[in-house]
Design a protein around this ligand. Structure first.
Ligand code: BG6
Ligand code: MG
Length: 225
């Protein structure tokens, strides 16, 4: 579904989610959560995993315990979330530039030439580490990660902080997101929301399957006039 939206002025900043947008890491989160679930005899379905995308580690842990019908004290849940992160970081060991999703580097280059500011707005507390592994952390003016926010997407905090840090008004920002929670966060921040990936995302202004399909100049022409 697409919403009619007019940027209040020109596009000046692009804000990227990390997992599933810049990097091919979403399946590694899924694998790590599944391993935790398995220990309880619980199978985490692909549909349930979609609902975990963009959600903080602690909130995801609570959702999984709820789906598994487990009533686990908060301290123990923290421990399981910590364990999930150990699995996840282990899977991330082999991450490198090859795991940057197709079309991203090209878009970053074009955006730099167009004078746009670039930011990352991610729920992940590992975002900076992953960007370093990918070798692209220096391409962004700012990285706002899960350590820097109190509220999980769909709250707009992560994107508002990113916009503030690059000194661009929210209404001049475009967000790229692969999760429903993230699309909602972008809309709550009054930003233009572009869905990324094959999963159906509701309420985004437009959606691309991959960045190879994305035409920056077309978007600038469309929104800046
Ligand atoms: C989001 C992912 O980017 O970060 C979620 O879509 C993940 O799947 C969340 O749970 C938190 O990540 P981390 O690395 O802090 O556990
Ligand atoms: Mg994501």
């Amino acid at each position: 579904m697409s919403l009619t939206f007019k940027l209040n002025g020109n596009i000046k900043g692009l804000i990227f989610d990390l997992d599933g947008v810049i990097a091919d890491t979403a399946h590694l989160h899924y694998k790590a959560w599944s391993k935790v679930g398995k220990r309880w005899g619980f199978h985490l379905s692909a549909d349930q995993n979609e609902q975990l995308k963009g959600v903080s580690r602690a909130d995801a842990m609570q959702k999984i315990a709820h789906w598994a019908g487990k009533n686990i004290p908060p301290k123990q849940l923290d421990y399981y979330a910590h364990e999930k992160n150990i699995y996840y970081l282990d899977y991330c060991e082999i991450l490198g530039p090859k795991d940057i999703l197709p079309g991203i580097l090209n878009l970053i280059q074009l955006s730099q030439r167009a004078g746009l500011k670039l930011a990352v707005g991610s729920a992940s507390k590992n975002a900076k580490l992953i960007l370093e592994k990918l070798g692209i952390i220096n391409l962004f003016q700012t990285v706002v990660d899960g350590n820097m926010v109190e509220n999980s997407k769909p709250h707009p905090e992560v994107f508002l902080k990113a916009a503030e840090s690059i000194k661009i008004n929210p209404e001049h920002c475009v967000v790229f997101e692969d999760s429903q929670a993230g699309i909602q966060a972008a809309l709550n921040a009054k930003m233009y929301a572009i869905g990324v990936g094959a999963s159906e995302l509701f309420n985004c202004h437009s959606q691309i399957q991959t960045f190879e399909q994305f035409n920056l100049l077309e978007l600038l022409n469309q929104l800046n006039n």
